[in-house]
Structures are given as structure tokens and as C-alpha cells.
Design a protein around this ligand. Structure first.
Ligand SMILES: Cc1ncc(COP(=O)(O)O)c(C=O)c1O
Length: 359
């Protein structure tokens, strides 16, 4: 496992150096986050040496790699439960869209990376929980495309790092931790200013990556569906994916999001706000189902586990339990309950990588 504090020079491929290279001897940048400061920002006084002094920002062509890409495949599920309900479900395999940035990560980051490069930014800074797929994706994108990256993580550091943060650190991301109270204020000017004093100029990606550029990227998805369909389904965490997909639909079609959070009624406002800031208007073609969160974010329920195991057995795919499985569980349950009109064709977006297959 890599110590997140060890920084090194990136090669032209954006990879970190092996441990023997000079950059590894620098003191851990986490040393200043050792809990001795009264405020998490007390040390952001600009007197520390740049944590990025040794980075080489050689950038492979963003446009060559990110756009255009072939549309992700459409794969229809052959399942007697759906046949009985008269519902067709076609998977939009966005998990296959990009090896480093699977699913909505590629769609959300594509225009953000282009914008960051266009504005001359060398650093991407973002926020997330300790298991954030988004933090992981930003770290991967930074390493691939020659941006320094900073991940501001909610809560305290826990060592050893989990797989997500170990990957991020190994990709060169600076990890810093904010207590939960300060983290809640992460979008406010004092917190952002303190981060700028510490890390210099950066392109700020909000938690989950959901902003106008992300919405624009997700809005391209419906245009890739070249078969007749009625509804596009996706999981909802921060709302950017649903906001974009709904905005990209042709008239007469709808988007149905499945919240992965418990009781998150605020998500409808978030989706509406994202559409408003991106397009100046809110579309009326989407809804959010709140019944399949399985107890809350990253929570598991026996019914969900049983669904995932059965799905893997029938279809040979290990669904990601945090997001995609909750959506699929919802789609199947609604179909079996007769809550979806017969002859409905659903495109269910596989918004993230499959779990490492256990069966
Ligand atoms: C795999 C996966 N699916 C769906 C989502 C939810 O997307 P959004 O936050 O745009 O609602 C996320 C979070 O970004 C995710 O990681």
C-alpha cells in the first residue's frame, strides 16, 4: 500500500515513480494534518513549500482519448420475470466505456477535464467520502492526463487506507481530511479560500463531480441509444447523472432515477438546480424513486444481496451494490409488481464498474 504522503515526480505517462526515485524522500504532506492545529485550516498560511513542486505536467491529448468514443454497448436482458411482466430491459453498458473512468465518471469528467485544461489549470481538487468512486476517478484522470490532484476527504484518516484511497494515493493524489463539520461547509468561500491558500490555483470539482459540465456530458447518453425505448433508468447519488440524462431525452421519453440514499427528498431540488444552472430550465420528464436504498448509502439489505446473487447467477454480472444493484433491484421489483406499464422498454444505465466477480 502506498503512503498518501509520499509524493514523487510523474513520468510523461503520468505514473508515479518507483520507491527508489528521489521524490519519495520528501516528508509526508500529511504531517501538517497531524491533529495539533486548532483548526483544520490553521496551517493553510502559505508558508509550507508547494506540495507539488516535483510534478511534471506532461499532458497526453485529452480530446484524442476522451472524445469521440464509440457508444457503450446495449445488451438486452433475457429474463422470464421481465417477459411475464411484458417489460423489456436493455442495459446500457457504460461500465465498458473507459478502463480508468468507467460509467458516469467518464461522462461527468470529460467536459470538466477539457475545461480545466482550457483554463490553464494544473491542479484538480475535489471532495468525497472515503469510498468515493468519484475521488478514485479524479485521481485516475489526473494521473492519466497530467493534472495534479487533491482529494479532500470527509472525516478522519484511517490507516491502512482502504482500496479506493490507496488507489488514489498511488495515482499521486494528495489526500487531506476535513472533520465532518468543516466538510459540510466545503462549498463556502472561507473553506475554498483556505484550500486555495494551501494548494494554489485549482479547478474545483464538487462532490460526486456533479456540475454543469457533468450534466452536459451525461446529456449525451440518450443520443447513443439507437433502438426504440420509453424510459431510461439510473441510480441517483448527487443527481448529476439523472439531470443530464433527462435533459438529453427526446420528447415523449422519461427518466427514472433510483435514490441510493435514505429519505433524500432533497435530491429532486438538486437535480432541478443542476438542470437550471446548465440549461436555464428544468425538464418535467424525470422522477426519483426513493424505495430501493436498502437502508441508506452503501447499506446492504438481505433482499438486495439476494437480488445481486441471483442476478449474477442468471446473467453472469456482479452488480455494484452501492449504485447499480439498487437501480436494478428497483426495476425488477417494479416490473414484477406490475407497477410499470406492459410493453415498456427500459434502458437501464450501468453507471459504474462491476464488482469483482465472486461467482
Ligand atoms: C457507479 C455510480 N453510479 C451512479 C452514481 C450516481 O451519480 P450521481 O451522483 O450523478 O447521481 C455514482 C456517483 O457518482 C456512481 O459512482
Amino acid at each position: 500500500m502506498t503512503d498518501p504522503g509520499q509524493e514523487g515526480r510523474r513520468s510523461s505517462t503520468g505514473r508515479r515513480p518507483p520507491p527508489s526515485e528521489p521524490g519519495r524522500t520528501r516528508p509526508s504532506p500529511l504531517a501538517e494534518f497531524d491533529g495539533t492545529c486548532p483548526s483544520p485550516f490553521a496551517e493553510f498560511d502559505g508558508t509550507c513549500p508547494s506540495p507539488f513542486a516535483e510534478f511534471d505536467l506532461t499532458r497526453p491529448s485529452l480530446s484524442a482519448e476522451l472524445d469521440p468514443r464509440p457508444p457503450s454497448p446495449l445488451v438486452e436482458l433475457d429474463d422470464p420475470r421481465l417477459a411475464r411482466a411484458g417489460v423489456r430491459v436493455i442495459l446500457k453498458r457504460d461500465d465498458l466505456i473507459h478502463p480508468l473512468l468507467p460509467g458516469n465518471k467518464w461522462r461527468k469528467l470529460k467536459y470538466n477535464l477539457a475545461r480545466a485544461a482550457e483554463l490553464g489549470h494544473e491542479t484538480l481538487l475535489t471532495f468525497g467520502g472515503a469510498y468515493s468512486n468519484h475521488v478514485r476517478a479524479v485521481a485516475a484522470a489526473g494521473a492519466r492526463f497530467g493534472f495534479r490532484t487533491v482529494g479532500v476527504i470527509r472525516g478522519e484518516e484511517h490507516l491502512p487506507l482502504n482500496d479506493v484511497l490507496a488507489f488514489a494515493a498511488d495515482s499521486g493524489m494528495r489526500l487531506v481530511y476535513l472533520d465532518r463539520t468543516t466538510y459540510r461547509a466545503k462549498g463556502t468561500a472561507p473553506v475554498v479560500e483556505a484550500l486555495r491558500r494551501r494548494f494554489g490555483r485549482f479547478y474545483l470539482l464538487p462532490e460526486g463531480g456533479s456540475n454543469e459540465q457533468a450534466v452536459r456530458g451525461c446529456a449525451e447518453l440518450p443520443g447513443e441509444i439507437d433502438v426504440p425505448f420509453d424510459v431510461v433508468c439510473c441510480p441517483v447519488g448527487t443527481g448529476g447523472t439523472l439531470a443530464g440524462i433527462a435533459a438529453g431525452l427526446a420528447p415523449g421519453r422519461r427518466a427514472l432515477g433510483f435514490s441510493v440514499l435514505r429519505g433524500a427528498r432533497f435530491l429532486a431540488d438538486d437535480v432541478a438546480r443542476l438542470q437550471e444552472v446548465t440549461y436555464g430550465e428544468v425538464s418535467a420528464n424525470w422522477t426519483i424513486d426513493h424505495d430501493f436504498h436498502a437502508g441508506g448509502y452503501a447499506r446492504r439489505a438481505p433482499e438486495l444481496d439476494a437480488f445481486v446473487d441471483d442476478f449474477a447467477h442468471r446473467h453472469g454480472m456482479s452488480l455494484d451494490r452501492i449504485y447499480v444493484a439498487k437501480m436494478m433491484w428497483g426495476v425488477f421489483t417494479l416490473a414484477e409488481r406490475g407497477a410499470l406499464p406492459g410493453n415498456t422498454t427500459i434502458v437501464a444505465v450501468v453507471t459504474g464498474a462491476m464488482e469483482a466477480a465472486s461467482s
